[in-house]
Each structure stands twice: as C-alpha cells, then as structure tokens.
Design a protein around this ligand. Sequence first.
Ligand code: SAH
Ligand code: AVI
Length: 323
Amino acid sequence: MAVRAHTAIRYEPSAADSPFARDVIAGLTARPKRLPPKYFYDEAGSQLFEQITDLPEYYLTRCELGILREHGASIGRLLPADTAVIEFGSGSTRKARILLAAAPAITAYVPIDISPEMLAEEAAQLRRDHPHLTVLPVEADFTKPFHLPAPVAEKARTGFFPGSTIGNFEPHDASAFLRHARRMLGTGAILIIGVDLIKDAAVLNHAYDDAAGVTAKFNRNLLARINRELGADFDLDGFSHEAFYNSERRRIEMHLASRKRQKVRVCGRSIEFRAGETIHTENSYKYTLGSFGALARGSGWKPLAAWTDPNKYFSVHALAANH
Ligand code: SAH
Ligand code: AVI
C-alpha cells in the first residue's frame, strides 16, 4: 500500500501578519463575509482574467477594444504633446498599445499593477516593440498613496483607466479614486477611462457566469490563493460561483456560496460557514453616460467627450482635470 507523506502544515506566523492575511481574516470574520477583489490577481488569477477577456459572453473587452481602435485618433488629438500615459491596472497592456499606435504625443508609459509577473513581462515586451518609448512600470496598489517615477515630472500627464475597473469600486470609493487621480496627475491632465453601461440583465448575467466556467474558476482562485499563500484548507468543490445583476444597486455581484455547513482553517483560526452562506467577492457597478459624467464632474474632472460601441454596451470617456 502506498504510504502518503503527511501534508506539511504551511501556516506560518509571518504570512499571518501580511496585509493579505489581515484583509482575509477581517473579511471572513465580518458579516456578511467578504473578500477584497484586488486579491483575485495573483499569477493564476491574472491568467484567468485574460481568458475571461476572450469569452464570447464577456463583451466588455471586445467593445472597448473596438471603441479604442475606431476613435484612437480622436482620443490622441486630445492629449497634450510629450505626454506620459499612466495606466491604472495595466494587465496585458493590450489597450495601451492601441493608444500608443494612435497618439504620437505619448513619449512615456507608466503601467501600474498589483500583479508583478505580468507587469514585468509586458514592460519588457513594450520596450522591445517601442524602443523610443520610456517605459516605467510601477508595482503598487493604486488605491493607496504611491509615487510616480521621477522622469514623469518633466512631462504632461494622461491617466488611462480602461476595462471598467472603476466599476469594482463602491461609488464613493470611485469618486475618491477620481479625486486622488486628479491630484496625482496634476493641472492640465487628461483621463481616458472605460466604463461599462447598464443594459439588459441577461447580457450582464451571462458575462459574469459564462458557459465554459472560466469566471467560476477565476472566483474560486481566490480561495485557492488563500490556501497557497496562507496555508488555509478551503475545499474548492465546497463553494459554488454565483453572479447576478442587482438592478436596485446597479451592479453585478459575485459570491462564493458554501454548498454545505463546514469549517475552514485560515491563519490558525476556524471559520464556520452555514449551508448557502456566501462570501461576497466582487461588485462590478454599471453606469449610464449621464451617471458617470455626474460622478466625474463631482470628483474634480470635466467631461470632454464619450464614445460607445454601436450597441451602447460600453463607453470610453475623456475627462480634463478641473484646475
Ligand atoms: N486594464 C486591463 C486589465 C483590467 S483587469 C484591461 O482593461 O483589460 C484589472 C487589472 O487591475 C489587473 O491587471 C489587476 O492586477 C489590476 N488591479 C486590480 N486592483 C488593483 C489595485 N488595487 N492596484 C493595482 N492594480 C490593481
Ligand atoms: C477587472 N474588472 C473590471 C472585471 C469586471 O468585469 O468587473 C473583473 C471581472 N470579474 C468577473 N469577470 C471579470
């Protein structure tokens, strides 16, 4: 009979003191239970997100790429000369590449991301593809204060925040982020931002609960990451992916629902789940052109222009910093 080695206990007090561990414990001991969506993006999660962007149901990326390709030249004309593009949550940098091709005014690119692996790879590839572009990657949590690289101080500044990642903030946090971006980018700055629009609930529901189950895997990877990095013992099959449009709150909610009554060890603690109890893992707020314009105006920005795809599923807004 094969003898199985005992699984080593991977829980280490140092891991339990990390910001990740503290946020996980705070979220799992709160009621209702929740986890911050920024932790989706470890290496596996970033790769799963890239797979999501190719899904037939996930219209967001296709629509935004189409808008940027069609209106890249108009967007480029709004940018000041010799500008640094600062992208918040740069991921695959696929969208920035469209702006770079359309706007010769861009002389520096600062991709900011919490996920170091893709950031380093993309920065290296961009330097190869654009030898005259100054590429200055920053690994940071963009919701917290951080410094822009020194060479950017010499240049005009353009913020780029595609993907509707702004939708993952609560509306008051979205406003706080826009104010923080306004202060960081400074007088004369432009912000190009992608915003997903309210539409038929069935379209929204399918986009976050795809037939191939990739979004379910992305959602459950959060538990897998907690197992890997914090030595927890989540049984991934014990949780099901739930995603639905909450029309009152104008947001997609993603949850992980416990399939049974169970206990999970996390950082030396026992976390209890009732059957059906959920961990709320993400909100993805949807806006109208008007509601987003109002949010921007109330947060230090003046709307200059907005473009949509022909179905009006997605929008890209150009904003100018109020002095
Ligand atoms: N801009 C890309 C990727 C969007 S996915 C696109 O439009 O397709 C969201 C990206 O933001 C991921 O790359 C993720 O790692 C990053 N991200 C999420 N929360 C973050 C945070 N708080 N600080 C920095 N990066 C973050
Ligand atoms: C990154 N963010 C805008 C995505 C969204 O649509 O809210 C994350 C995502 N969650 C599930 N699918 C994609």
